[in-house]
Design a protein around this ligand. Structure first.
Ligand code: PRP
Ligand code: URA
Length: 224
């Protein structure tokens, strides 16, 4: 995470963000937020919510006609047009979203940006970068469960743009108004899709009410 700015959160009215409102998402996310939920259940619910998000994120994909024959005769169907899209996971917690996205988009290419927050400076430091070729011709969905200060997402997107990506979208599970504001400011061309928009950041840069440290909860790094 990058520099937390504790205090009053920005007004949500001014934010450019799409919240995927759905009773099943709300139900599963509540299970994930509960501190009593163990990693195995946390991971599974995250995978299921990611599948809903993958549908939402690809709602506007371009399609083209495809002529086929059903058992009863010819028809004009449709298929996704253009190059295969790219999913970019911000390591490591992004991998928790990636699995569900790949369930729905099995032909997608996959890239990784390794970013970890320096807990002293609260800045994201890059340790890995590997993305598919022809990135400039592909739709790129960047996935990470948490958008807190927005530093990690903003840095990852900057690296991807430097590598040639022009058609980007950011998808997360829980966003803080501060992170949305930062991403709107740094990358106004990048739409944001989230399963929930929470209240604010605390003075450690964690989302409130949030769900805690997503990476730790996915991978069970910290014992309760
Ligand atoms: C978490 C999360 C985001 C980042 C969000 O990762 O998965 O990448 O924090 O915070 P920000 O919006 O303030 O940058 P973390 O840095 O804890 O690394 P991890 O995925 O390895 O757990
Ligand atoms: N990263 C997390 O994993 N959780 C938060 O609340 C903020 C950043």
């Amino acid at each position: 995470m990058n520099q937390a700015a504790p205090g009053s959160a920005p007004s949500t009215a001014a934010l450019d963000v799409r919240v995927a409102n759905h009773p099943m998402i709300a139900h599963k996310l509540t299970i994930m937020r509960d501190k009593a939920t163990v990693s195995a259940v946390f991971r599974q619910r995250l995978r299921e919510i990611s599948q809903y998000l993958a549908y939402e994120a690809t709602r506007d994909l371009p399609v083209e006609d495809k002529q086929i024959d059903t058992p009863l005769g010819p028809m004009t169907g449709s298929q996704i047009a253009g190059r295969k899209l790219v999913l970019v996971s911000i390591l490591r917690a992004g991998n928790g979203l990636l699995d569900g996205f790949l369930d729905i988009l099995p032909d997608a290419r996959v890239g990784f940006v390794g970013l970890a927050r320096n807990e002293e400076t609260l800045k994201a430091e890059e340790y890995y970068f590997k993305i598919p070729n022809k990135i400039e011709q592909r739709r790129v969905l960047v996935v990470d469960p948490m958008l807190a200060t927005g530093g990690s997402a903003s840095d990852a997107i900057s690296h991807l743009k430097k590598a040639g990506a022009v058609n980007l979208q950011f998808c997360c599970l829980v966003a803080a108004p501060e992170g949305v504001e930062r991403l709107n400011r740094d990358h106004p061309d990048v739409p944001i899709l989230t399963a929930a928009l929470d209240e604010r950041l605390n003075d450690l840069g964690y989302i409130v009410p949030g769900l805690g440290d997503a990476g730790d909860r996915i991978y069970g790094t910290q014992d309760a």
